[in-house]
Design a protein around this ligand. Structure first.
Ligand code: FAD
Length: 420
């Protein structure tokens, strides 16, 4: 069996893996990045970048083209159904990038992949992480090279097959392999969960109006719903489904840009979105025209007890997740990688003790515990409006910020009693 050697293996070429690999390459660390899919995602998924992420991307010259490509949003407004209750402004969060940037995740992934390639690192597409073991010096990582095989006569089908097995000898392994992380389970890293899994239906569609430059969050009695104004007279509605609806796992990311539309199905989808919007957000009046895509997706509220074990580390959704409205998991990953990579460099190249990674893991975890709002109700300010007080725990994951950005936005609502 063929065996390669590298300093760091990154598993997963989602936004977190690509960004982490880019930072590693820029830091002069030899990196191999493997991805089981054959290309980047084709949908917008986590569709907004926080000011803190734009600041990081700016270092690589990636913020300006992203801003030209995306849509800047200045405000997040909160509704309880018909009534607008409160709002926060992104204006005071960051002097250089005082807005949230709506940018499809597929465009972010493409930009990061180009930047990574320009740094001399190519993603190994169709390469699936399987397992790893530690020997005296290194980690030995087992990778499967995937290929396709067509079968069937009456009903043709396409099967994924393992074409070859490879091992990579490495000094460090980073699992950026998403919510269902196999690296996390191979490393036996466990998570603390808060509350139940939340289920959402996501619909993106065209309209004849652009809408206002604000995200609208509807905190109904039992559900959180988000209206995103997108580019080119498009919108996204994310409706939370009631817990009694069937359980859904996190779906695989769609890689095909083309969606097969069926008139009758799309008519039903349009009628369904209209019906839900009328009930949950009666002020929404934009016509629902062509449906771009829709899906159902589940989100946990969780963080790993440790981000790392030995020479293995978790990043992005592999390490944490929260509700979709504030896009916190993706954006936190960018800040976390920016802290982690210099420390890893000092361990790998300068012989610094690995204990620094444990301290960083504790810091990240504490920040997530604060974000997941474990003790918010008890500690927040006395002067909250009753509307905010009742919903404080639900508002925090809806704010598009992490770290000081989140403190700023939460502070605008009087939610000052937590540290992140
Ligand atoms: C339908 C949908 C809607 C969403 N909407 C929102 C939203 O509104 N707001 C929000 O904040 N977030 C949303 N998300 C979540 C968001 O997409 C994630 O937070 C983000 O993708 C996390 O990035 P990541 O790089 O950590 O993980 P991922 O993007 O999941 O990337 C992980 C990568 O690892 C690869 N991989 C997995 N296992 C292996 C393996 N064994 N070997 C090799 N590669 C592997 C996967 O193929 C994938 O490309 C949504 C997700 C979905 C699916």
């Amino acid at each position: 069996m063929h065996e390669d050697r590298t300093e760091v293996v990154v598993v997963g070429a989602g936004p977190t893996g690509l960004w982490t690999a880019l930072l590693l390459a820029q830091a002069g660390i030899e990196v191999t990045i493997v991805e089981c899919a054959d290309r980047p995602a084709a949908r917008s998924y986590a569709c907004a970048l926080h000011p803190s992420t734009l600041r990081l991307l700016h270092r690589f010259g990636l913020a300006t083209p992203a801003i030209e490509q995306g849509r800047s949003i200045q405000k997040v407004a909160f509704y309880d159904g018909p009534n607008r209750q409160t709002e926060v402004s992104l204006g005071s969060v960051d002097a250089e990038f005082p807005f949230l940037l709506v940018l499809p995740q597929c465009d972010l992934e493409s930009a990061l992949e180009h930047a990574l390639r320009a740094s001399g690192v190519n993603v190994y597409w169709n390469h699936r992480f399987d397992s790893y073991r530690a020997d005296a010096e290194d980690l030995v990582v087992n990778i499967e090279e995937l290929g396709g095989s067509s079968g069937g006569y009456i009903i043709p089908h396409w099967e994924t097959v393992v074409k070859a097995q490879r091992t990579i000898r490495t000094e460090f392994l980073i699992g950026a392999d998403g919510a269902n992380s196999l690296v996390r389970s191979r490393a036996s890293l466990h998570s603390t969960h808060f509350g139940c899994r939340e289920l959402f239906a996501v619909y993106e569609f065209q309209s004849d109006t652009s809408g206002d430059d604000e995200v609208r969050i509807v905190l109904a009695e039992e559900t959180t719903n988000v209206l995103w104004p997108l580019l080119d007279r498009r919108f996204r509605w994310t409706f939370q489904l009631m817990q009694s609806e069937p359980n859904i796992e996190s779906p695989e990311k769609e890689r095909r840009a083309v969606r097969q539309a069926h008139q009758a199905v799309d008519d039903r989808i349009r009628a369904h979105v209209k019906h839900l919007a009328e009930r949950r957000a009666p002020w929404f009046s934009a016509p629902i025209q062509d449906v771009d895509w829709c899906t159902q997706v589940a989100f946990d509220r969780r963080v790993v007890d440790e981000f790392g074990a030995g020479k293995c580390w978790l990043a992005g959704d592999a390490a944490h997740q929260t509700g979709p409205a504030g896009v916190q998991s993706l954006n936190a990953s960018f800040l976390e990688a920016d802290r982690f990579v210099p420390l890893l460099k000092s361990v790998l190249h300068e012989g610094s003790p690995a204990i620094g990674l444990t301290a960083l893991s504790n810091e990240f975890r504490n920040s997530w515990l604060a974000m997941l709002g474990s003790n918010l109700i008890e500690s927040c300010s006395e002067n909250l409006t009753p509307w905010i007080r009742k919903r404080a725990q639900r508002i925090l994951p809806c704010l598009p910020g992490v770290g000081s950005g989140l403190s700023n936005l939460a502070g605008q609502l009087g939610l000052t009693g937590f540290q992140s």
